[in-house]
Structure formats: C-alpha cells, structure tokens
Design a protein around this ligand. Structure first.
Ligand SMILES: [Zn+2]
Length: 145
C-alpha cells in the first residue's frame, strides 16, 4: 500500500497514539520545573483535563499534537488519504471539544495556553520554551508589586 506520509510524519503520528505523558509534554514540564515553576498534572476536575495546571498563576497549558488536534497550516497535520472521512470526523471532533474546553476554562477565570507539538521541534524548541517562561516571570513580578 502506498503511504502518503513521509517517514518522519508517520513516526510522528504514531507517537501521538500513546496519549498522555507524551514526549513534547515532558519537555515542557521538565523545562518549567527546572525553572522553579510548579504545576499539577491532568487535573480531572477541570474541563478537558489540562496537561499542566498552575494554580498560583491561574493558568493551564495544553500540549497538543498537530495531527490529532488538527493544527491548521501545519505540515504535521496531513489527513491520511485512506479513510479520510473517518479521520476528519475524529479530528474535527477533537477540535470542537478543544474549543469547548478552552471556553469553559476561560469562563472559570483560567488563562489557557495551547502549545503545539511542532513548536517543540528541535528547531523551535528553545525559543518557544523561553517565551513561555517569560510569561510566567512577568506574572510573578506583577504579583510581587
Ligand atoms: Zn503544528
């Protein structure tokens, strides 16, 4: 069977199937932890069970796989040529749920941040992580005023 995915994209999609505690999420966690930012994981009481919850900052972070969550205009979001409708259905369902969760969290006063897996690829990683940290630090300094 011909496969439209490059090897890179395919192994990338496979890695998403495992769900929780996937590597990109761990990258973010380790980075924030080592910078003194503490969090709770997969809080079941919150809409969408955010990957990381920062009660002190009233902030939550989702780390989304570009394929499963349908990252628009992203090279890692390639709809398979077989069972296309089934995939689209599934991915659109995820997107809809994501949007609902963000809405519900915001209503509860949470600041919601979504990090896409492609933003954590080696080329982009350092820049992305630093910008996240900057946000936390900014908030911290405001609190201390
Ligand atoms: Zn992406």
């Amino acid at each position: 069977m011909a496969d439209v995915h490059s090897k890179e994209v395919r192994s990338y999609n496979m890695s998403r199937i495992k769900g929780k505690n996937t590597k990109p999420e761990i990258v973010v966690r380790k980075f924030l932890f080592s910078n003194g930012i503490r969090y709770k994981l997969h809080d079941k009481t919150l809409p969408g069970k955010p990957d990381m919850v920062f009660p002190k900052y009233k902030k939550v972070i989702f780390v989304h796989g570009c394929f499963w969550h349908g990252h628009e205009n992203c090279k890692y979001f390639v709809v398979p040529k077989t069972r296309t409708e089934w995939w689209l259905d599934k991915i659109n369902g995820n997107k809809k749920k994501d949007a609902e969760n963000v809405e519900a969290l915001k209503k509860q006063g949470w600041d919601v941040k979504t990090i896409w897996e492609c933003e954590l690829k080696p080329k982009n990683k350092e820049k992305k992580l630093q910008s996240i940290l900057k946000e936390f630090k900014k908030q911290k300094s405001l609190e201390n005023v």
